[in-house]
Design a protein around this ligand. Structure first.
Ligand code: F1X
Length: 404
């Protein structure tokens, strides 16, 4: 690490190998706060908003206590949990070890699998397949301010093509500023107009406008506000023929509180179609695109795995390899893209994503410690101005590797 700010890593890694993975043991570390503050707040919220019985509630409380304990060990998934065999392989080194000793990214991903077990998401019965986060997502989508937030779209067709694209790109970027998990412990987030820490937006525009339209894959992040903005960007790409077709990659099951699943895409389209003006028209066009096969939704199981995007399984790897562009939204996807490790912030982005196929762009608000691809001056400036910049949601970036 050559940054002045030194986030606390997980104790694996060596001088010659990759930077150490972030962990959850350090009392002052970001990961510890997630397990000790964010998760308890989340479980309280779930119990307020879902009519769970005593068994579900006590299992949730036990999960929070166990995963925040300094001694409790990580137990394997229940016998009947789908994908158990895969998880046994992904967690071979961690099952039986104390929670506090496993990497932050793995522990968080596994926490959400266990949370679904606790509420009966996988078991035959009345709670099977019921999204525990749906009431939180629905409340966000019901916000009456959402329609006014899209009014700026009217008149965008009079802007220069590059400007219109830029406006929709930034809306999608800033849509990621405050997901529902983040808001459990913080308000606010990146402000429009604050300079981006890295900005490959122009190169991205040249990439999309200087070639015949191809397939664009969007690895989605949050439902609600962020997904509405993502859908507007997707509509624009299809309408202007910057994309021949778009694949929306959702999570195959509820994850990290507000991550989008298929029903969230449907619900966002329903909400969007209730808006007047361009936003409402975009919803109609997106439905037509879906009917014509130009807009598809996919939910590969890999997207809820604890693995990095360098470890994509064959089918998904092939699809992303042949894409004209892959758009990775949000903080968690960024962690999986560059590796959730204490890399120097100046490590070249292209080097960090070397194992990931296809031309790609990350649109991310910073909400966790990892960051790469920054200039030294940028790191020095933001360190001096804002000590909590890596995790407080105040900063955002657009980073691309387009020749891949
Ligand atoms: O991927 P997203 O929605 O942008 O952010 C996910 C997030 O809220 O969850 C993690 C902590 O739980 C952090 O990586 C990040 O702050």
């Amino acid at each position: 690490m050559n940054d002045r700010h030194t986030p606390t890593p997980h104790p694996t890694g060596s001088a010659s190998g990759p930077a150490p993975a972030f962990g959850i043991a350090d009392p002052a570390g970001f990961g510890r706060g997630v397990f000790h503050e964010r998760h308890p707040a989340l479980i309280r919220r779930l119990c307020e908003s879902n009519p769970y019985g005593p068994g579900q509630r006590s299992r949730l409380r036990e999960l929070v206590a166990e995963s925040a304990s300094d001694t409790a060990v990580v137990r394997p998934p229940e016998e009947t949990t789908p994908g158990r065999e895969r998880w046994l392989a992904w967690g071979r080194e961690y099952f039986g070890e104390p929670w506090r000793d496993v990497p932050f990214l793995w522990a968080e991903s596994y926490f959400y699998l266990r949370l679904l077990e606790c509420v009966g998401y996988f078991a035959p019965g009345p709670w099977q397949g019921v999204d525990p986060f749906a009431p939180m997502k629905a409340a966000e989508l019901a916000d009456p301010a959402l329609e006014a937030d899209t009014a700026w779209l009217d008149g965008l067709d009079r802007s220069e093509p590059a400007e219109a694209f830029r406006a929709l790109l930034l809306a999608s970027l800033y849509g990621n500023r405050a997901d529902l998990g983040f808001r459990l412990v913080r308000d606010g987030g990146a402000e429009d107009g604050v300079p981006l820490l890295a900005d490959d937006g122009e190169a991205l525009w040249r990439h999309l406008s200087g070639r015949p339209p191809g397939d664009v894959h969007v690895i989605l992040d949050n439902a609600g506000r962020e997904l509405l903005a993502d859908l507007l960007l997707v509509d624009h790409l299809l309408l202007t023929r910057r994309a021949e077709s778009v694949v929306l990659h959702v999570k195959p099951r509820p994850y990290f509180v507000s991550d989008a699943v298929t029903t969230d895409v449907r619900d966002c389209l329903v909400r969007l179609s209730s808006f007047d003006g361009e936003a409402g028209k975009a919803a109609g066009r997106l439905r037509e695109a879906a009917a014509a096969g130009r807009l598809r939704v996919e939910g590969d199981d890999f997207l809820c795995s604890p693995l990095g995007f360098g470890e994509l399984p064959g089918g998904l790897r092939a699809a992303l390899s042949s894409a004209a562009l892959c758009v990775f939204k949000g903080d968690l996807n960024y962690r999986r893209l560059v590796g959730d490790r204490a890399w120097p912030a100046t490590r070249p982005f292209a080097e960090a994503v070397a194992g990931v196929p296809g031309p790609l762009v990350a649109l991310r608000t910073l909400k966790s410690d990892v960051v790469v691809g920054l200039r030294r001056e940028t790191v020095d400036r933001v360190e001096a101005a804002r000590p909590g910049w890596r995790t407080d949601g105040s900063q955002a970036l657009v980073q691309a590797r387009l020749e891949g």
